[in-house]
Write a protein that binds this ligand. Sequence first.
Ligand SMILES: Cc1cc2nc3c(=O)[nH]c(=O)nc-3n(C[C@H](O)[C@H](O)[C@H](O)COP(=O)(O)O)c2cc1C
Length: 368
Amino acid sequence: MSKLFSPFTINDVTFSNRIVVSPMGQYSGDGNGNATDWHMMHLGNFAVSGAGLVILEASAVERRGCVSPFDLGIWRDENAVAIDRVLSFCRKQGESKWGIQLAHAGRKGAVTPAWLGQIPLTEEQGQWVMRSASAIPYPGRETPEAMTRSDMDDVTAAFRQAAVRARDIGIDVAEVHNAHGYLLHSFLTPFANQRDDAYGGTLENRMRFPLEVFAAVRDVWPADRVLGVRLSVTDWADGGWSVDDSIVFAGRLKELGCDYITASSGGSTPDQQIPIGPGYQIPLAEAIRQAVDIPTMGVGLITEPLQAEELIANDRVDLVALGRGFLFNPRWPWHAAFALGGQIAIAHPYERSHPAMRSGDFLKPRQS
Ligand SMILES: Cc1cc2nc3c(=O)[nH]c(=O)nc-3n(C[C@H](O)[C@H](O)[C@H](O)COP(=O)(O)O)c2cc1C
């Protein structure tokens, strides 16, 4: 029996298998944060993929929290209506649960989409003044504004309200984006946080704002659904955020009611030295899982069915997320099920694609 294809339950939400579509920014919104037909196609593909969970891309909780002008957003009601249109269709196509990543880009926003080089926006392109822990630019980007206490209240309220919108359209899983050098990570890492108030300096102080934001989201997110956090577990650079810091932070998140951690890494400095290779972030997930005893999602160059199976079978992580592997092969779980003997629900119109159905047997009348 494949363990990758065994169900996993958190609170009242059961994922039919351990395979997750990792959140992936599409920079294909309408310019006002609304999902478009691109999202219908993109997420529609994953709706028939058989993944246990699909997490929608980083969705900005305020306009100034976007990476590019074309990010998906959830900062106003209209954005939730646009997401609901896509998910109402997607939910009918399969058994996947649906999640959303609540995000604020902080000092890494106001740039062109990835395929145009992530170049700082000009005034004509609608640039905005970014918010961050301190007025320290990410190298090559514009200088952000250091947030005041009142800015923090605004952003905390924006995260809370975004969670309410996601809750009210029936999303199963909310994931707070605390990684990749974006706003919340910018408070954690000494590379971006040089505040001299209660939100900078010691580890305790640097964790304070991200923990406040998490608590605000927890406050409105239903206890029977799932609320997780994506962490950059290490900055991969001397003097930066470390695995030990993440263990302390994840423990505090657990105390506040966090249901799972996704172990990602990097993004706060271009000087990072990442040992890229198959499953390169799995040791980070294992460190969190063992020290904090919290369900953990592994991600990063997981591409092969047997590799994913080994991670689950040996209790190294609880869930495996694939990003680029899913873009390359949106039916990855079908192939994995075929390789590992797992069960997958295939949409009726596509049933005849299964290798077992190519013999001609499909011409016989179906019993049901
Ligand atoms: C096109 C693209 C967009 C991404 N956007 C996001 C995002 O919105 N939020 C996030 O946390 N990670 C994002 N990531 C990172 C992925 O979720 C994932 O962690 C990373 O690609 C490593 O996994 P992989 O090797 O399976 O692709 C993105 C990655 C790609 C390739």
